[in-house]
Design a binder for this molecule. Structure first.
Ligand code: BG6
Ligand code: MG
Length: 220
């Protein structure tokens, strides 16, 4: 039997926090005197806080010192944390919790591979921290997605090679990162934007251990 491990992105795969990131970034843009829309927000998915800020400032045509960028990042994160203060297990996306439990039952090693520096806090808030053997988050990586570092560290922590791991990603940049690292990648969302993935699923509600194992064996 081939080895199999799973590496999950967090935002947009396990929990729907993209809407809160969007709200907080929008508030920042508005305070700086401009706005951006949901299609632009798509480009921020999977992107680190610092890189997101730079993209947004670019849209607003704003230049700012590094010191001011640091201040705005703290402010944005405070607003984001305010939005997620009451977060609980009701925010876990459909099918995710039962799948994690099933994978654990079958002794499949699981890691988190997220750009978010708030990952551990969110896993704790929604009560699923115990499923993860390793949490690779924005505090641990030097190069963000689309660089594969996040997932490579995840595979290393699980003691598996990339080809033995399925990466689950909702962001085009995350899918790119997984493929660049030699992982099997399942896109979670719409195939129009996640076409670089090996497979795309709309969500986890119909995904079980056996369907994953079958897909794993079909991907190469
Ligand atoms: C990613 C999100 O998971 O984490 C991005 O998709 C976010 O939108 C990034 O900017 C960094 O998150 P945080 O929580 O460290 O600001
Ligand atoms: Mg994501």
């Amino acid at each position: 039997m081939s080895k199999m491990g799973c590496i999950f992105d967090l935002d947009g795969v396990i929990v729907d926090t993209a809407k809160y990131h969007f709200k907080a970034w929008k508030r920042l843009a508005n305070e700086l005197g401009f706005d951006f829309d949901e299609s632009q927000n798509e480009q921020l998915k999977g992107v680190s806080r610092y890189d997101s800020l730079n993209l947004i400032l670019g849209w607003g045509g704003i230049e700012m010192s590094e010191e001011d960028k640091q201040k705005w990042m703290v402010t944005k994160n405070d607003w984001y944390l305010e939005l997620i203060t009451d977060m609980n297990d009701s925010e876990i996306l459909d099918g995710v919790a039962p799948l994690l439990a099933e994978l654990q039952f079958h002794k499949i090693p699981i890691a988190l591979g997220s750009a978010s520096k708030n990952s551990q806090r969110i896993l704790n808030a929604v009560g699923i921290s115990h499923f993860f053997q390793s949490v690779i988050d924005g505090n641990k990586v030097k190069k963000g997605k689309p660089d594969p570092e996040t997932f490579l560290l995840g595979a290393e922590a699980l003691g598996l090679s990339p080809n033995d791991c399925i990466v689950f990603e909702d962001a085009p940049k995350g899918v790119k990162a997984g493929k660049a690292g030699g992982f099997k990648v399942i896109g979670v969302g719409k195939s129009e934007s996640l076409y670089e993935a090996d497979y795309v699923i709309p969500g986890f509600s119909k995904v079980s251990y056996s369907t994953l194992f079958e897909l794993f064996n079909r991907m190469n």
